[in-house]
Ligand binder design. Structure first.
Ligand code: HEM
Ligand SMILES: *[C@@H]1O[C@H](CO)[C@@H](O)[C@H](O)[C@H]1NC(C)=O
Ligand SMILES: *[C@@H]1O[C@H](CO)[C@@H](O)[C@H](O)[C@H]1NC(C)=O
Ligand SMILES: *[C@@H]1O[C@H](CO)[C@@H](O)[C@H](O)[C@H]1NC(C)=O
Ligand SMILES: CC(=O)N[C@H]1CO[C@H](CO)[C@@H](O)[C@@H]1O
Length: 329
């Protein structure tokens, strides 16, 4: 190849590469209303149902930790192919319809422009602020993935130890401090009894509750959930933050310091020597928690993102765009 042509080509690739990244206000000119349309959809929903915040936070986490933040969690399974939605941990992820509603409004104003991955990211950011959490500027420009496999879902179990949990977070670029801040997501929302039932009665075959749990809490939960061998019929839910379960604040950390965590992993954060001090700082300093949480959420929103011409901009978030030719993974 001609040497000059080579350099011109290389330079173009470089420019293109430099362009292809997430930016604050990526839709400023292509769809100036994008962020305000999403904010409005979330605000109207929040008014009737403040649990939209935990629903979106968990959806965002489950999306980003499986194949990156590419909206692969939104894709419906088909007759021949089970998507991420069908994995056990996604059973209780909700509010897919809110993403679809925002997408429909965006398609009407700026067709084929705003990705479903960005809708999840922005909607989560807005919901957190509505629940009392920090409002952060999050970069956009994510593209939607072309693959969603049920077998790819490998999310951590709530019975993990802190080192085991960090084995999930560390390789994705998070520090221990980031990880503890991300668990602050559990400041809002609920858990079904099934995820902690083993802690409240016959813990590890001892015939007694988990000794790391406040006995009064174990008693309350036992009344609500039933025992492990005789759980109550409909798997009920309890707030993960026993202080202010629907407000996004730092009280979750105070609760877990008082042995009032619902999930085993949440309790471990307060007990493990590697994280106890971080928990105590977050418990006493809401500003510090908010700052680190923001930073960690922005980091999470950048995991393995598709940018530039990679992936696609889905027209409907629950189905891949039709492809006349070729295959999908
Ligand atoms: C090792 C990491 C984690 C584990 C094992 C874990 C586990 C769980 C479990 C078992 C539930 C209860 C689900 C249910 O019963 O429906 C839950 C709920 C929740 N998780 Fe996590 N989680 C982790 C990390 C995170 C992170 C990083 C976030 C977000 C930043 C998050 C946000 C939430 C929220 C908001 C809920 C409440 C959902 C609702 O009310 O619908 N979790 N988590
Ligand atoms: C979009 O506008 C905001 C606010 O004026 C600005 O901070 C941001 O840098 C802009 N982004 C782009 C990509 O133009
Ligand atoms: C709380 O954290 C903020 C932000 O990190 C810091 O500037 C402030 O000094 C801390 N406050 C106290 C009382 O430690
Ligand atoms: C995907 O599944 C949901 C829930 O079953 C449904 O409401 C939605 O219409 C489906 N999407 C498409 C494009 O068929
Ligand atoms: C919304 C959704 O598709 N949830 C599915 C998650 O996976 C379970 C099976 O593990 C299905 O029963 C749910 O329907």
């Amino acid at each position: 190849m001609d040497k000059n042509l080579f350099f011109i080509l290389a330079f173009c690739l470089l420019l293109h590469g430099a362009n292809a990244q997430l930016k604050i206000g990526f839709y400023n000119s292509s769809c100036p209303q994008a962020e305000s349309i999403i904010e409005r959809v979330v605000r109207l929903r929040f008014r009737n149902d403040p649990s939209v915040t935990p629903a979106l936070l968990r959806m965002h986490f489950h999306d980003c930790f499986v194949r990156g933040c590419d909206a692969s969690i939104l894709v419906n399974s088909t007759r021949t192919k089970s998507a991420e939605k069908d994995a056990g941990p996604n059973e209780t992820v909700r509010n897919y319809d809110l993403i679809d509603a925002a997408k429909a409004q965006l398609e009407a104003v700026c067709p084929a422009t705003v990705s479903c991955a960005d809708i999840i990211t922005l909607a989560t950011r807005d919901a957190v602020a509505l629940s009392g959490g920090p409002h952060y500027k999050v970069p956009t420009g994510r593209r939607d993935g072309l693959v969603s496999n049920v077998e790819d879902v490998n999310l951590p179990s709530p019975a993990l130890t802190v080192p085991e949990a960090f084995a999930f977070f560390g390789p994705k670029g998070f520090t221990l401090v980031d990880m503890v801040a991300l668990f602050g997501g559990h400041s809002v929302g609920v858990s079904h009894c099934a995820f902690f039932q083993d802690r409240i009665s016959d813990f590890q075959g001892t015939g007694r509750p988990d000794p790391t749990m406040d006995p009064r809490l174990a008693e309350t939960l036992l009344k609500r959930c039933g025992t492990q061998s005789r759980p109550l019929n409909r798997d009920p839910t309890v707030f993960l933050d026993q202080g202010t379960g629907s407000v996004f604040d730092n009280q979750f950390y105070g609760q877990i310091r008082s042995r009032r965590a619902i999930l085993k992993i949440d309790q471990e954060l307060a007990l493990d020597p590697s994280t106890a001090r971080i928990v105590s700082i977050f418990a006493s300093n809401r500003t510090a928690f908010n700052q680190i949480f923001e930073r960690a959420m922005i980091k999470m929103s950048k995991i393995q993102v598709l940018v530039g011409n990679a992936g696609e901009i889905r027209k409907k978030c629950s189905v891949f765009n039709p492809r006349p030719k070729g295959k999908r993974g």
